[in-house]
Ligand binder design. Structure first.
Ligand SMILES: [Zn+2]
Length: 442
C-alpha cells in the first residue's frame, strides 16, 4: 500500500531542498544537483550513475528494474535553470521559501518540480516493493536551457545505453490550464515540437561609393528579397494532430470563439476566418513553418556600399516539412540569383510521437483524475525541448505534467517569483505515482 499523503509531503520537502541548489545555466554546475539526487536515491537503496560532459556539467541516471516484459519508461528532467535577477524577486530565488501555500524558487515550475514528482513516485514504488512490467529510468540532464549540448544530446551521442530498451520518455511542459474564458479545464500533452532551422540570406553585388547608388546594390537586393519573403504566404498545413488540438479547444471555448476550429482545413479557405485565425500568432505558428527576420548586417560605414548584405532568419519548421524543401521554397520566393539562401547550421528534422499509444492514454486518464471534466488535447509545441532528442533515438516522447496552472503562474516561468502551489506538489506526486502504477505496474 502506498501512503499518498506521505508521498506528497516528501515531494514538498525534496523540492524545497532541490530549489536551494543554484544550477543557473550558465554556468550550470549541475553536479551539485546531481549529488543531491544521487544521495536521495541512495538512501532509498537505488543506485545511480553520474557522468560529467564537461567539468561541473553532470548528467545522472538510475534504473529501477521491472520484469522486462514491456519497454522501459524514461522519467526525464533537466537539472539546470535560467538566470534569476534577484532585484525583481520578492524572495530569494534559491531560498526554498514557502509563503501562502506556494513554494518559491527558480525551477519551481521549469522544471525541478517535475523531476521531484518523478523522484517521489519512484521512491514510493520502490519502497512499497511494487512489481513492475517496465524498467523505470530516472534521467536528469544538464544544459537544456542552453541547447542541451552538455545534456540530452551528450547522452544520446555518448551513453545511449542509459536508455537501452526504452519505449517512452516523459519530460517537461504539458499540464492543465485554468482559464476563466474556458468552459472546462483544458490540458495539453506535448507530442511534437517545431525545430529551429536558422537560414542565412546573403546578397552580393559590386561595392561602390554611397554618393552614387544604383538599384541593385547588395543591401537593396537583400531588402527586396526579404520583402518578397514576408509577402509570400506559405500555405498552411493542418496536421491531423493539430486538427485534434483545435477540435478539443473548440469544446472548451465559448461557441462563438470556437467556430470553425472543428474543421480547420475547410475554415481556412474563408478569408475572414483566415485573417482572424492568423491574427493569433500562437495559432498561426501551429499550422505552418514560420520566418522571423531577426538579424541584419551590411556596411560598416555610411558612405560605403558594401559588396555583401546578410540577413539571419529564425525559421521554425512544422512536423512534416522537409528542411531542404523549405530552403528551396525560400530560394524560389526570393527569386534573385544574387541572393544565396543557406542553412546557418545543420538542420534538425522535426519529429512527432503519436497520440494513440498506451502511454498517451494513461497520461490522459491521469489528467482526468486530477481535474474532473478536463478536455485533453495533443499539442505541437512552437518552442523546443529535449523531447526531440529522445524521439530521434526511437522513443515516443511526451511533454507532460499533472500541474494545474493559470496564466499568472506561467508568466513567472523564466520571469520573477516563479512558484508552485503545495497543492500542485502533493496532488501531482499522487498523480505521477498513479500514472506509473497504471503504465508499469505488474
Ligand atoms: Zn525547462
Amino acid at each position: 500500500m502506498i501512503d499518498f499523503t506521505a508521498v506528497g509531503a516528501e515531494a514538498v520537502d525534496l523540492l524545497r531542498a532541490y530549489l536551494t541548489i543554484d544550477t543557473t545555466n550558465p554556468p550550470g554546475n549541475e553536479i551539485a544537483g546531481a549529488r543531491f539526487l544521487a544521495d536521495v536515491l541512495a538512501r532509498a537503496g537505488i543506485e545511480s550513475r553520474t557522468v560529467e560532459s564537461a567539468p561541473g556539467r553532470a548528467n545522472l541516471v538510475a534504473r529501477v528494474r521491472g520484469d522486462g516484459s514491456l519497454g522501459a519508461v524514461v522519467l526525464h528532467h533537466h537539472i539546470d535553470v535560467v538566470y534569476a535577477d534577484r532585484r525583481f524577486w520578492t524572495v530569494d530565488p534559491f531560498g526554498g521559501e514557502v509563503r501562502d501555500g506556494f513554494l518559491y524558487g527558480r525551477g519551481a515550475v521549469d522544471m525541478k518540480s517535475t523531476g521531484i514528482l518523478q523522484l517521489a513516485a519512484l521512491l514510493a514504488l520502490a519502497r512499497a516493493g511494487v512489481r513492475l512490467k517496465r524498467d523505470l529510468i530516472f534521467l536528469a540532464t544538464a544544459d537544456e536551457e542552453a541547447g542541451s549540448a552538455f545534456g540530452a544530446q551528450f547522452i544520446a551521442a555518448n551513453h545511449p545505453d542509459w536508455l537501452a530498451g526504452a519505449e517512452y520518455a516523459l519530460t517537461e511542459l504539458g499540464g492543465i490550464e485554468i482559464d476563466p474564458d474556458k468552459r472546462a479545464p483544458f490540458a495539453h500533452i506535448v507530442i511534437s515540437e517545431k525545430t529551429g532551422l536558422p537560414l542565412c540570406l546573403t546578397a552580393r553585388d559590386t561595392p561602390g561609393h554611397g554618393s552614387m547608388p544604383w538599384p541593385d546594390t547588395a543591401p537593396h537586393r537583400l531588402i527586396r528579397a526579404l520583402a518578397r519573403l514576408l509577402a509570400a504566404e506559405r500555405p498552411p498545413r493542418v496536421l491531423p494532430e493539430v486538427q485534434e488540438y483545435f477540435r478539443a479547444l473548440a469544446r472548451v471555448l465559448p461557441p462563438a470563439a470556437g467556430r470553425g476550429l472543428d474543421d480547420l482545413a475547410t475554415a481556412l479557405h474563408d478569408p475572414a476566418f483566415r485573417a482572424r485565425f492568423f491574427a493569433r500568432r500562437d495559432w498561426a505558428a501551429m499550422v505552418r513553418t514560420t520566418f522571423a527576420v531577426n538579424m541584419l548586417r551590411a556596411s560598416q560605414k555610411l558612405n560605403v556600399i558594401p559588396p555583401e548584405a546578410v540577413a539571419d532568419i529564425d525559421c521554425r519548421v512544422l512536423a512534416g516539412d522537409d528542411p531542404g524543401e523549405v530552403r528551396d521554397w525560400v530560394t524560389r520566393v526570393v527569386a534573385d540569383d544574387h541572393v544565396q539562401v543557406e542553412f546557418a547550421r545543420e538542420p534538425k528534422v522535426p519529429n512527432l510521437s503519436p497520440p494513440d499509444t498506451e502511454m498517451y492514454k494513461a497520461l490522459a486518464d491521469t489528467l482526468a483524475r486530477r481535474a474532473p471534466g478536463v478536455v485533453v488535447a495533443p499539442e505541437i509545441l512552437v518552442a523546443f525541448t529535449d523531447s526531440w532528442v529522445f524521439r530521434r533515438m526511437g522513443l515516443a516522447a511526451y511533454g507532460w505534467s499533472p500541474f494545474v496552472l493559470d496564466d499568472e503562474e506561467w508568466r513567472r516561468v523564466h520571469g520573477n517569483d516563479e512558484r508552485i502551489s503545495l497543492e500542485n506538489l502533493r496532488e501531482g506526486a499522487r498523480a505521477y505515482t498513479e500514472l506509473l502504477l497504471q503504465i508499469a505496474g505488474a
